[in-house]
Ligand binder design. Sequence first.
Ligand code: PGA
Length: 263
Amino acid sequence: MARTLWIGTSWKMTKTIQEARTFAEALSDASIPEHVQPFVLPAHTSLAAVRDALPAGSPVLLGTQNAHWAAEGAGTGEISMRMAADAGATLVEMGHSERREQFGETDEAVARKARAAVDAGLVPLICVGEPAGVRDAGAAEEFVTGQYASALGMLHADEVKRTLVAYEPVWAIGESGRAATAAEVAPVVEALRREAERRGGGTGCRALLYGGSVSTRNAAGLLADVPVDGLFVGRSAWDVSGFLSLLQIAGEHLSGAGATPPA
Ligand code: PGA
């Protein structure tokens, strides 16, 4: 079986409906390299518009940046998993550091969201990552695998196999972030892989991604030197040309690597 590389972007709190549609239309016109799995996480307001702008059978998967664990009811400002799926989501992001920091999203909430996503037939995209102080204290691997283990706490092994995990060190994300080196990222990714295999058995989770200041400058190096199944990108993929360049870089990596399965 050929290896797949996942390249995704969260648009975070950017793009009007029209801006989102324009991106989706440009993406529809572009050719996607073989064995590259693109995904896009628009804001809730434009999710359905992006779905409608993509042609039937488009390889691009869509997701939401957040959804509540409850099936429905008193959750002001939230949407349910069912509503996310209805608007076109296949994936549901959870546990991003911005949500943990700004909205108090806890490990327990992430676990409940992962459970609810699987119950709704959606794929959880679980984000984990350590703050700078934890890394400075030499505890990044322990911290991140702890977050991940909690997130998987309500899933059975066969359900873990369907999930995605993104390692995103807090200090590497966003405008104030510092791009991590492959040497900083690789040991944590390896620790997450071992945890995924322990929880999910066999090959562990569906895909293990890296995110945090990924750009066209460092993507090829990260793919070459870190044992990841893809990249999760913010700012550098908000412009469609940036996203397409990253898809291309992933395609070139696969053809250079002979599209072999991960070791
Ligand atoms: P960034 O965001 O690529 O803009 O650093 C990454 C993320 O938050 O997923």
